[in-house]
Write a protein that binds this ligand. Structure first.
Ligand code: SF4
Length: 362
């Protein structure tokens, strides 16, 4: 990217820049106020509030002397009220600590409450002509396209790299106009969807235009969708000495839901029916055989990194004395006795269904 880039951008800005009230002033307080208001609010809304605010508090000293309640009242409807509180506090700091003079560099401005890296860059360049960048969301998009950057722009390392590139591009002369031009280009021409490349003043410099990758820039890492598993669980009715009781198992102490009790079962494998999953898991975990009956209830549950649908089947115990192979322990319990065991949320839904449906022999 060359000086020609800044010249082309500024020539476009000179011809097409929107006429906004804060562009007609060189007063640092007014420019600061506009930048704070523009942080989370659309230009059209800011224009109304900006003029009203300046009528009531024409100077930084007026703002610093006002009660906070009045400042907040004037901010009402703009939202993000911490901006108003910070602005008020910062105005008082400028009066008390800086002798009423706004700091003139981006570095010093960042010491004021509510003034981050972007706002500091914008104020320092627009009000004081410091050749520093001001990188907002619009500028990130423009730069990611200009340089055809394939890295995820949401990552801090990519953002820092974009700030560095932005810094190298800022011209020594008219830095404030240049920063505003870049933001305006992002807002009006290099829009998120369907950028207007045909009328773009910096199209000859744009690498993603040349590569046809505008729609993929800024690059975003596709988040892997949350995996989903089907899990079969057995509500295993005992026979003989265990008639009227249901077999429950305690999860291994060191894993997910460690130490909680559950209706035993496991994850369905590819090509397996849910009843077959259940028979296999019960053999592996508890060394028992069951006859699988109807599905009692299906419960959907989300864990941090995956989701499950738990299919609870009524089963009859048909063979083998349980052995705690894959479980920490097991117990035969009546539905009422289950209150004395700690179950996870999904298994509690099975208990509820169990109590609501009359017990049926298979
Ligand atoms: Fe954005 Fe298109 Fe201009 Fe490149 S040519 S900066 S993609 S509007």
């Amino acid at each position: 990217m060359t000086e020609q880039f800044a010249d082309d951008l500024l020539a476009w800005f000179d011809q097409y820049a929107a006429d906004l009230p804060w562009r007609r002033t060189a007063d640092s307080y007014s420019i600061w106020l506009a930048e704070i208001m523009l942080q989370q609010t659309q230009v059209a809304t800011v224009t109304r509030y900006y003029e009203r605010f300046l009528e009531r508090f024409p100077t930084l000293a007026d703002l610093a002397a006002a009660p906070l309640d009045e400042v907040l009242k004037l901010w009402e409807g703009l939202g993000y009220y911490s901006r108003a509180r910070h602005l008020h506090r910062a105005a008082q700091m400028v009066i008390d600590d800086y002798g009423g003079q706004m700091p003139r560099t981006a570095e010093a401005l960042q010491k004021l409450p509510g003034v981050g890296r972007y706002t500091a860059g914008a104020i320092a360049s627009i009000a004081f002509g410091e050749a520093v960048p001001a990188v907002d969301g619009n500028v990130i998009r423009v730069l990611a396209r200009l340089y055809d950057i394939p890295d995820d722009a949401a990552q801090p390392a990519t953002k820092n790299a974009l700030w560095a590139r932005a810094g190298a591009l800022v011209p020594a002369r008219r830095a404030g106009d240049y920063n505003q031009a870049l933001m305006e280009l992002g807002r009006t021409v290099c829009r998120p969807h369907r950028p207007a490349c045909d009328i773009c003043p910096v199209q000859p410099h744009c690498r993603s235009y040349a590569a046809g990758t505008q729609a993929e820039r800024p690059a975003k890492t596709r988040r892997a969708s949350t995996p989903h598993y089907d899990v079969a669980a057995g509500v295993i009715h005992g026979t003989g000495a265990h008639a009227g009781r249901i077999l429950i198992a305690q999860r291994p102490l060191d894993g997910l839901l460690g130490g909680l009790w559950e209706f035993p079962g496991g994850k369905q494998e590819r090509g397996e029916s849910l009843p077959d999953t259940l028979k296999r898991e019960l053999r592996e975990e508890l060394a028992i055989e069951v006859e699988v009956g109807d599905c009692l209830v299906q419960v959907k549950h989300a864990f941090t990194h995956f989701k499950i649908t738990l299919h609870a089947y009524e089963c009859m115990h048909t063979g083998g004395e349980p052995v705690a192979r894959g479980a920490a322990a097991f117990a035969w319990a009546t539905p009422d006795e289950m209150d004395g065991y700690a179950f996870g949320k999904a298994d509690q839904a099975i208990i509820k269904a169990l109590r609501e449906k009359p017990f049926r022999l298979l």
